[in-house]
Design a binder for this molecule. Structure first.
Ligand code: PLP
Length: 391
């Protein structure tokens, strides 16, 4: 049976060169970067070279880069670190959006429940875009922080973070953005965005799981996140994950060389899928992703109108899996739970429509023929009521 992986927004495959690099470091370069001997120094050189490379990639200074265990930790670090650093300021108001990743939503919920913080959730428009003016009108005297994702993981909508930063200039409000889904799909330049913090995760860009970055601009005061050793300039204790960092370095080197090619590839696949699915299902398929602008090119989220289609909402993703096709019905982090996607619900879909939805997210290895196969399989799984599906 064919096996097709269309779930690259959940996690990309490991690039083979990245895998080799990780193995080399696991096997041959096991020194602890804090050690003073040559083994330790070798590891330290890798650590700092990687920091330099990433700094160049996102346009910041190496000292503004902190290695973390991934996107979830980086989001926690930025939000809790800001709150604790400013604990005595009395500022307890956070603005975020209703369609953030759970790594942000659960973190602010914790601050609300545990410390009485006030959280404002800005709603997206029907394309999943959070508008800067909607964020800015929520700003209050005691607003401490704004955390709005750059690109949404379920529908791929892109937000104008710079407009938010410009709108709060001089007000002493921290701005964090989660760039986990935009990194590698467009040029992320943290100085152009102007944020205090940006989050990155390696396993969405052909790197390993369990390693990520938090960018913290040099003028930002953040609280130490993990107490222990003096690693990461005394902000995050714990021996650095050198093999994973070596893998991240390789992944960024590869991305540096081929990002434009990747984007062109994703864009042509996205256009084909949307055209093909529209040809078959017409207006019985709702494309939840923005199409031409304000979006990343690798994500297509669609819902089937269950009132006009024969579709078993509970079985859609499983039926595709039985045919060898891996797509997502929501964010990977929440799939497995029987809750409809909070993102699709916030776009205005009812529970059944949310369940009759799928996210196709492209990667480097996907082909036009794989989209043809997906369409063939969909025709078996979802039919228009009263009408024959276009052959
Ligand atoms: N933020 C976004 C937008 C994501 O899509 C994800 C993962 O799906 C995360 C954060 C969490 O990243 P990690 O898996 O590296 O913890």
């Amino acid at each position: 049976m064919k096996k097709i992986y269309f779930d690259n927004a959940a996690s990309t495959p490991l690039d083979p060169f990245v895998g080799e690099e990780i193995m080399t470091y696991m096997r041959d370069h096991y020194g602890n970067p804090s050690s003073v001997h040559s083994y330790g120094k070798g590891a330290k050189v890798l650590l700092e070279e990687t920091r330099d490379l990433i700094a160049g990639f996102i346009n910041c200074k190496p000292k503004e880069i902190f290695f973390t265990s991934g996107g979830t930790e980086s989001n926690n670090f930025a939000i809790k670190g800001t709150f604790f650093k400013n604990f005595d300021s009395g500022k307890k108001h956070f603005i975020t959006s209703s369609i953030e990743h759970s790594a942000v939503l659960e973190t602010v919920k914790y601050l609300e429940e545990r410390f009485g913080c006030e959280i404002t959730y800005v709603m997206p428009d029907k394309n999943g875009i959070i508008h800067a003016e909607d964020v800015l009108k929520e700003v209050k005297e005691n607003t401490l922080m704004i955390s709005i994702m750059h690109a949404n993981n379920e529908v791929g909508s892109l937000n104008d973070i710079k407009a938010i930063v410009d709108g709060v200039k001089g007000k002493g409000i921290y701005v964090h953005t989660d760039t986990v889904q935009s990194m590698g799909k467009l040029k992320v330049d943290v100085k152009v965005l102007g944020v205090n913090y940006a989050t990155l995760s390696a396993h969405k860009i052909y790197g390993p799981k369990g390693i990520g970055i938090l960018y913290v601009s040099e003028d930002t005061q953040v609280d130490k996140f993990i107490h222990g050793g003096k690693q990461e300039r005394n902000m995050r204790g714990g021996t650095e994950n050198i093999p994973a960092i070596a893998g991240l370095r390789k992944a960024i080197e590869i991305l540096n060389e081929r990002m434009n090619e990747d984007i062109a590839h994703y864009t042509s696949l996205k256009n084909k899928l949307i055209n093909d699915v529209k040809n078959v299902y017409g207006d019985c398929v709702i494309i939840n992703s923005p199409i031409d602008c304000n979006c990343v090119s690798n994500i297509v989220n669609m819902s089937f109108d269950w009132k006009r289609c024969k579709v078993d909402p509970d079985m859609l993703i499983i039926n595709l899996d039985l045919k060898g096709i891996a797509v997502s019905g929501g964010s990977a982090c929440t799939s497995g739970s029987a809750q409809p996607s909070h993102v699709l619900r916030n776009l205005g879909h009812d529970t059944n429509t949310a369940f009759s939805s799928m996210r196709v997210s492209f990667g480097r290895e996907n082909t036009v023929e794989e989209i043809d196969y997906l369409l063939e399989c969909l025709k078996d799984i979802i039919q228009l009521k009263n009408e024959k599906v276009n052959a």
